[in-house]
Design a protein around this ligand. Structure first.
Ligand code: SF4
Length: 691
């Protein structure tokens, strides 16, 4: 057997693992052990241990496919397929002169930095549109906006290693032990060292019990009431003078206006809105306010709301208020769900920015990119493009004529998926993936991509750490790395600026154009086992463990945003009396494309379920494991009931991985007005017995 060291393809922790190969197949996985570097500290979670199981799965796409007039797939050569797609792009461009909104591209948080860079360059340099986005829109776009506005940088401020030294860890809207198990393991280590946990989550998650068993506090607030809870906590911290006055005076602005807003949310009022007893809010505030250091973790429980940006700004307010920024074991730490969602954002796979968060609206920035890309600045799109959900709506209206999707599965991942299915049937649809996903089934053309084990490149983990992935086997069948496919298309369309020979060559161009990645060269990544954390402005820079050191914020001063509570878009009523919230399980990943083809993972949790409280189940006469109907104003699913004490009365939870009981048939496409992230975490639902 041979073995190759690489980076895990599942969550954003960035664990290092060995892929073991035999006869051209990946047959086993082992963790990288100390003293070699591994953010997982010599461990892998259940997903990491079984990452090899999907790679050689018989369902892998091996050849390009074009749908014929009868709706059947026909295998075709690469040459014929590329000709076919290029002709469609050229036809639509010539039929819609000057209209930059008729074509859209979805990039992918599962692909490498280099592939995301190539996709956004293809959109901007070849198709001349900023209509490029990816699923960060659905998970952390509110982080990019909210932390960007407060601090000047929309990324995790601190690093995973610091967790073990925190005195208090405040976890809000993150089921860390199940979604980022090896970050969860560091929380357990911190507990052993005496740290206290404050856990706020609408469900009782494993960390809630750990918090209470170890002298901490668990708060079960109602979904969508995060701002009220955080403002209530900050109200107590200010009233009891537990805040860091000196840090605020030296490093922050707009405190007086912010304070005025906070003083309106008394703990009594916060208790009425959130459902958390006033005493617990006060206890949590004292624990955070008196701690020497508090490390704040959040995830999609904070971001996936119509108030997502406000929620994020509130977490930033709290950490500035207590001087918990720019120091070891502090910070605002949004955990990224997918392996490279941080990198896909960094690479500008978003409609308003180039790489490194450089604005498409800035002429000087456009000129810089145009000059390296060999195009005219005046040809470039200078207005932010459409987001994921806006592209689906434009497709539905018939305005988006071609959609090119790389490694995404919006039929399962996007809200209101019945609408998404209808929308995707209208444009010419190209899907590039490793498996025939429910989205690919709707396509006109399917392009077989190589998996992470079959190519080279880099991923950027949740802690801004850029690490290599290495090729263990040759691409399966006639599949190709995503960047090579895009390069073929660009060449066919007459553009030679995407004609790369290697991932290394692409990273060199990224270094040239991206100040925060300038010193993260291929050569250094090969030499440095630990990778490099951005910002890394030159080749001698060691990388940055935590941001905003000594209160020197990226935007100058930290900005206190006065944020007031607003209710979710759709609340329960007489017709739909339950709150539905959605999320993930330990055993599966995102839309299940990979994890459901892992025998070990799928055997453990082979089907979807809805969590319901014992009292609600009794009232409705529902038994455990009984098939029931859950419906919202968007649609309905038949799904097994799981009676549990994890959810309180009136709340139900469905994991979104399962196509046959797709939670996103039910969710609402109401958006945060700035980040345009959908409100996956709250909508009104009803439950019926199946007759
Ligand atoms: Fe992979 Fe995340 Fe598990 Fe680490 S914690 S092994 S990165 S899924």
């Amino acid at each position: 057997m041979e073995k190759v060291k690489t980076t895990c393809i599942y969550c954003g922790t960035g664990c290092q693992l060995w892929l073991k190969t035999k006869d051209g197949k990946v047959v086993d996985t082992k963790p990288v052990m100390p003293p070699e570097f591994n953010p997982g500290k010599g461990k892998l979670c259940i997903k990491g241990w079984n990452v090899h199981e999907f790679i050689n799965h018989p369902d892998r796409l091996t050849d390009p496919l074009i749908k014929n007039a009868r709706g059947n797939w026909e295998k075709v050569s690469w040459e014929e397929t590329i000709d076919f797609i290029a002709a469609h792009f050229q036809k639509i461009i010539s039929e819609n002169p000057g209209n930059r909104r008729v074509i859209g591209c979805l990039s992918s948080a599962k692909c490498t930095n280099e592939e995301n860079y190539v996709m956004q360059k293809f959109a901007r340099a070849v198709l001349k549109t900023n209509n490029v986005d990816h699923c960060a829109r659905l998970c952390h776009s509110s982080t990019v906006v909210g932390l960007g506005a407060a601090f000047g940088s929309g990324a995790m401020t601190n690093s995973i290693d610091e967790i073990v030294d925190a005195k208090v860890i405040f976890i809000i809207g993150s089921n860390t032990n199940e979604q980022h198990p090896l970050i969860g393991a560091r929380i357990l280590e911190a507990l052993k060292k005496g740290a206290k946990l404050v856990v706020a989550d609408p469900r009782t998650i494993p960390l809630s019990e750990l918090a209470e068993d170890n002298g901490g506090i668990a708060l079960n607030h109602l979904p969508g009431t995060d701002v009220a809870l955080l403002n209530g906590i900050m109200n107590v911290i200010i009233a009891e003078k537990l805040y860091d006055e000196q840090f605020i005076k030296q490093n922050c602005e707009n405190f007086a206006v912010f304070q005025e807003e906070i003083m309106k949310m008394t703990p009594e009022k916060a208790a009425r809105i959130t459902g958390v007893p006033k005493e617990k809010i006060i206890q949590a505030a004292r624990m955070i306010g008196r701690a020497e250091t508090t490390y704040l973790i959040y995830s999609m429980g904070i971001t996936q709301h119509t108030s997502g940006v406000d929620n994020v700004k509130s977490t930033a307010n709290l950490q500035m208020l207590c001087g918990n920024i720019g120091k070891w074991a502090t910070g605002v730490n949004p955990l990224r769900g997918q392996n490279n969602v941080q990198g896909a954002c960094d690479m500008g796979a978003l409609p308003n920015i180039f790489t490194g968060y450089q604005s498409v609206a800035d002429r000087e920035i456009r000129k810089k990119f145009a000059s390296v890309w060999g195009i005219e600045e005046k040809e470039m799109d200078d207005v932010a493009g459409l987001t994921v959900v806006e592209m689906m709506d434009a497709a539905y209206r018939g305005e988006l004529k071609i959609l090119y999707i790389m490694g995404e599965n919006p039929v399962i991942s996007d809200p209101d998926s019945n609408h998404v299915r209808l929308a995707l049937q209208k444009p010419f649809l190209i899907v590039q993936d490793i498996f025939m996903t429910p989205t690919a089934e709707l396509a006109d053309v399917v392009l077989p991509a190589a998996s992470f084990a079959e190519k080279e490149g880099t991923f950027t983990s949740t802690e801004r750490r850029v690490q290599l992935i290495r090729k263990a086997i040759e691409p399966i069948g006639n599949s190709k790395p995503d960047w090579q496919i895009i390069s073929l298309l660009a060449q066919k369309m007459g553009y030679s600026g995407l004609n790369y020979q290697s991932a290394e060559e692409i990273l060199t161009e990224i270094n040239q154009l991206t100040p925060i990645y300038r010193g993260i060269t291929w050569e250094r990544l090969q030499q440095d086992e630990e990778g490099l954390q951005w910002p890394c402005p030159d080749e001698n820079h060691p990388g940055t463990v935590y941001l905003h050191k000594e209160g020197k914020f990226s935007r100058g001063k930290g900005f206190f945003h006065p944020v007031s509570f607003t209710a979710p878009a759709e609340l329960p009523d007489a017709d739909y009396p339950f709150i539905l919230t959605t999320g993930r399980t330990l055993w599966h990943f995102h839309t299940g494309t990979m994890s459901r083809r892992s025998k070990t993972l799928n055997e453990r949790v082979p089907e979807g379920y809805v969590e319901i409280s014992k009292e609600d189940a009794q009232k409705l006469g529902i038994n455990d494991n009984e098939m029931i109907k859950v419906a919202t104003r968007r649609g309905e699913v038949r799904i097994k009931a799981k009676i549990t004490n994890k959810v309180s009365d009136g709340l139900i939870f469905i994991p979104f991985h399962f196509e046959e009981a797709a939670a996103n048939i039910l969710t609402i496409a109401a958006l945060d007005p700035i980040a345009k992230i959908p409100e996956f975490k709250v909508c009104a639902a009803k439950i019926e017995k199946v007759k």
